[in-house]
Design a binder for this molecule. Structure first.
Ligand code: PMP
Length: 422
């Protein structure tokens, strides 16, 4: 397969035509949100300019066109995830809402005292807090799968935690904080062997490799549009039909009903049962355009390009004195997390100083406070790559960090020698 021509990709992103204080933008925060190519903005713009109307209820052609575009977007998602049917793909506001939908609909209906939900130490708060909330309400327990010091899920511990009490395993396919790629296929097989369901949080995976929910045999799979070059405010919940059919609605309102009387209401079939109210129509259209864009480039090529950037970033950052990389898993996506120990530089300070050079990284707990506790830090600095990043971006980051260390060492030296200039 041909390597990516980054220059021809970057020109498709208007944001890279902009400058930060006269410097080109070095964007290394795609794990938080990816930038959008012109084709996605164009699809959203065309929808607004030419096709917008409320969907599903209009007899007029404009509304029917908007409905068709929305449902075609669902079909695009279904093709992308290789689901058995489009109706198993629900549009939500994002991965967070998708997980909450399962926690509150499935969890409230199916969990009881003594039941257990397994999550891993690597989870994002959005795959922790909803389970804590529903477990508390239902008298169930949340158990945590530990990780190794390298940031990998401890699979022996996972096997020991699985039991007939386990009702659901909720785990990410890729850790947003460390980049660890988890063996979710194996984990699903083991969970099914004890009769548990599995929800896979694919927020950090879908833009970096092909996804096949049927090959994985995932029961639920979630992701967000804005981490795969699409708009914010749109996300997906995939669920197996039998499970979604048996689950009660998550929200009530228009579009999710079959018949309403004051005495009783019956619900619409999938997918409408779980899409109460007017959805984010243009978001769905934009997400479909993003999926199309990514598939044209090829997820294998994107993944290979990002692995090349990861190798270079790991090598360059490892060579910086006093910098410690957190998360040394064997299989990682394009995420590097680190702390600066000697000289100690606070991660917030690192992020702010890089910003002065037009370099965007993320600092903080990455919505993974329990993981930070496990690693013994309160925060890390994190660089994460996307399809538009180049080796030059990585070099800009590493050079800036190297200079930061030199500056700090210079300060320490001048203090030690009496301080200041003579
Ligand atoms: N899970 C993971 C692994 C994530 O990285 C994120 C976003 N940082 C989420 C879930 C939540 O996604 P969103 O904020 O789009 O709902």
């Amino acid at each position: 397969q041909a390597p990516l021509d980054v220059a021809s990709i970057r020109v498709q992103f208007p944001i890279f035509q902009s400058q930060t204080d006269g410097r080109p933008l070095v964007y290394l925060d795609s794990a938080a949100s990816t930038q959008q190519p012109e084709s996605v903005m164009g699809a959203v713009g065309d929808y607004h300019r030419l096709h917008h109307a409320n969907i599903h209820r209009g007899v007029y052609q404009l509304s029917q066109t908007a409905t068709r575009m929305y449902e075609e977007a669902r079909a695009a998602v279904a093709g992308f995830l290789n689901t058995a049917e489009s109706a198993e793909c629900l549009f939500t506001r994002g991965a967070t809402e998708s997980i909450n939908l399962v926690a509150f609909s499935w969890g409230n209906a199916c969990l009881g005292p003594g039941d257990e939900i397994l999550i891993s130490t690597l989870e994002h708060h959005s795959n922790i807090v909803p389970w804590q909330m529903v477990a508390r309400a239902r008298g169930a327990a949340v158990k945590v799968i530990p990780i190794t010091d390298d940031g990998e899920i401890d699979l022996d511990a996972y096997r020991r935690l699985l039991s007939p009490r386990t009702r659901l395993v909720a785990v990410n396919q890729v850790s947003n904080a460390l980049g660890t790629i988890n063996p979710v296929g194996d984990m699903i097989r083991e969970a099914h062997a004890v009769g548990a369901l599995v929800l896979v949080d694919g927020a950090q995976w879908v833009a970096h490799g092909a996804t096949d929910v049927r090959a994985l045999d995932a029961d639920f799979y979630v992701f967000s549009g804005h981490k795969i070059y699409g708009p914010t405010g749109i996300g997906v919940l995939y669920g197996k039909r039998a499970l979604l059919d048996a689950m009660p609605p998550y929200q009530g309102g228009g579009d999710m009903i079959e018949r309403v009387t004051f005495a009783e209401t019956s619900y619409a079939p999938l997918p409408n049962k779980f899409e109460a109210g007017t959805p984010h129509i243009s978001g769905a259209v934009g997400l479909a355009a993003a999926i199309d864009w990514v598939r044209r480039i090829g997820l294998d090529r994107i993944g290979a390009h990002e692995q090349m950037l990861l190798r270079h970033a790991t090598e360059r950052l490892e060579a910086i004195p006093g910098l410690e990389i957190k998360g040394r898993a064997r299989h990682k996506s394009g995420v590097v997390s680190w702390v600066m120990l000697d000289p100690p530089i606070a991660t917030l300070d690192v992020g702010t100083r890089l910003d002065l050079r037009g370099i965007c990284i993320r600092t903080g707990h990455h919505c993974c406070q329990p993981l930070m506790d496990r690693l013994g830090v309160s925060s890390t600095a994190r660089a994460s790559v996307g399809v538009y990043n180049s080796l030059e971006d990585i070099d800009a980051l590493a050079d800036a960090l190297g200079e930061m260390v030199d500056e700090e060492r210079g300060k320490t030296r001048s203090k030690a020698s009496g301080g200041g200039e003579s």
